[in-house]
Design a protein around this ligand. Sequence first.
Ligand code: ADP
Ligand code: MG
Ligand code: ZN
Length: 539
Amino acid sequence: MDAQAVLKQTFGYESFRPGQAEIITKVLNGENVLALMPTGGGKSLCYQIPAVMLPGITLVVSPLIALMKDQVDAANETGIPATFINSTLTFPEMNDRISAVQAGRIKLLYVAPERFESPAFMGMLGQLKISLIAVDEAHCISQWGHDFRPSYLRLADTLDQIAGHPNVIALTATATPKVADDIMDRLAIPRANEVKTGFARDNLAFQVVKDQAGDTFIVNYLRANPEQSGIVYCSTRKEVERVASMLAKKKIDCAIYHGGLGEDERRQNQEDFLFDRVFVMVATNAFGMGIDKSNVRFVIHDQVPGSLEAYYQEAGRAGRDGLPGDAILLYKAQDLNVQRFFIDQSEMADDLKNAEYQKLQEMNAYANTQDCLQQFIQAYFGETASACDRCSNCLDDREQQDVTVDAQMVLSCVMRMDQHFGKGMIAQVLTGAHNQRIATFHFDKLSTYNLMSNRTQKDVGHFIDYLTASGLLSPSAGQYPTLSVTADGAAVLKGEQTVMRKVTRKVASHAPVAKDEGLFATLRQLRRNLAEEENVPPF
Ligand code: ADP
Ligand code: MG
Ligand code: ZN
């Protein structure tokens, strides 16, 4: 029987999804493969079909013990003999399963990566015929991924101790080019065997909602979409509890899920949601990995997550059935502090912390870009794409305005401050704030002081985020990023490039500013100074 026939007979599907046939062919050829496919893209099939066709056992390494039972049940239902071995089993149960495996009655064996640290388990593996090792959620192997697990790293070291050197298929829905390289290095996957299908989720409408009362938005959204299944993600347990009681006051039912609940309660709540007994799940990111609920219609992030990888994976739980879904990020700049706190408190080495801070900046750029959101995400994953025509930026019909002069003020300020300061200080100087720190600065540094006195610090802060998201400013790595002007930013300063931005009338107060001759004189003088030092032609 060939793969196509197995697809039809065992799984009952007519045709392969993108990437599946290529991956399966390579696996059956005995090659190591990295499969990069979006959530819901059909990664499981890529090792389950070979499992049926190959003579020995396929070992599936999966990070979450809680999910193994579901995965095994699903495989058995399909007709593939499967089982799992993990720490939840009693000793007799474990022995039963091992006997079944040894007797050749099992095709798919699910294990957690920690298993490979057990000499007894490694000993048992030595007596089995293993045809294939499938490493699911393979991004967990990379320290540059957003969900690094040391046990995955140790797994990579033990793989070549397994008798017969079975080949490996690694699968993930979330890997930047750097993480993909890391996975391939660690699992000896040739670069040519990276099979990547488009990361785009054509049925999802990505939306960023800014500076609105988050609670009001959530309540209105849930009332407008009754009996629709969806998840509200929060960054902390406390926020989960707060949102849940806020919803209770509004008479909106929800289940909650976070690491602070007992195991029984978690399972109960999860099942209530999975079986549509309750429509809304309010949860931390402890909820959802590997959960295959196809009819999730929306994922709302009440707070900004730590990276675009995490965001895309969580948001991607909407619309797994291919029907339309909403992926909404409620953005408040101060929520970044929660993530900064997590990074700061973690016990990572400094270079890893810096990498995390950098990811957070990319996340912030996503929230502040006015480019297509889907396209922005794909670019992050190393993919070029056209605009989606569905996201909140593509549908934003406000008019673009020329904000080049405003941009020049900010960029000049950053230059004058020797590119040694962060967003907060730049906004304070430009808006003419009085504080002790500013009072200590040398006069030279303050030549842009008060230049944007007609705007609030917050507003200028948003504008700086926009310029950063547009690639005109570049934040340094670390907890307190300082801003520097990029090559594109320098082109704007030189007047070689204009900056456009969609602004609502209320906020768009730069027009009268542009007519302010006094201000222009200041700006011209400033640019003359800059020109002398940095070869910027004055305008
Ligand atoms: P993921 O890539 O997120 O691991 P899954 O392997 O869980 O995705 O597959 C998602 C859903 O798509 C499952 O319900 C699966 O049965 C279905 N599926 C996978 N491949 C195909 C196919 N070729 N045709 C139709 N449905 C498929
Ligand atoms: Mg999967
Ligand atoms: Zn778009």
